[in-house]
Design a protein around this ligand. Structure first.
Ligand code: ZN
Length: 184
């Protein structure tokens, strides 16, 4: 059974779900990232596939996410689409008292006894952020040349040189005034 959920719902209603295996598909789009305040990702599209297995008092969810998200380049500050690829396993415990050590899987969400649905939006968002490299740089083209925004790089370099000049002028002035007081 495969269920395509509507684009604003990232939940699995496990309460009514029969025991056994199920699969779910979620589509992450621009609107998804706008739900997270201060998100460094403004746009993107990620397909999330979940293989779920409900067994007794818990359910394991095996995630497979793939797509592209827009981030800003650390070198030229211009935005570009970086690929997202994430695989991870999440255990949802229905009894509310599970600890990470109880399961060999990466992460555990504890539900309360009255709950019937688990919202996966936060987990999906964090997993996408985790899958991004620490340093975000425009990829090189086939010839191994940087695809950074050259105009931006030139502007940044000009700013940097200007700041350096201002610093050295400042230190020159402070040296001169220091000498001036010393000779008085
Ligand atoms: Zn760049």
């Amino acid at each position: 059974m495969s269920t395509a959920n509507n684009q604003y719902s990232y939940g699995i209603a496990y309460g009514s779900l029969p025991q056994g295996k199920h699969s779910f598909r979620f589509e992450v789009s621009d609107a998804f990232f706008r739900r997270f305040e201060g998100s460094e990702i403004s746009e993107g599209h990620v397909s999330v596939h979940v293989d779920a297995e409900k067994a007794g008092s818990f359910m394991t969810l095996a995630f497979d996410m793939e797509g592209d998200v827009k981030v800003s380049c650390d070198r030229c500050l211009d935005e570009f689409f970086a690929p997202v690829a994430f695989e991870g396993v999440l255990t949802v415990s229905f009894t509310g008292d599970a600890e990470e050590d109880d399961f060999s899987e990466d992460e555990v969400i504890n539900m309360q006894s009255g709950d019937t649905e688990v919202d996966l939006a936060q987990y999906i968002y964090e997993s996408i952020c985790l899958s991004l490299p620490m340093q975000r740089l425009h990829p090189n083209d086939e010839q191994g040349r940087s695809t950074c925004n050259k105009d931006m790089l030139a502007k940044l370099q000009a700013l940097q040189e200007e700041a350096q000049r201002a610093r050295s002028e400042n230190s020159l002035w402070s040296k001169l005034s220091a000498n001036g007081t010393a000779t008085k």
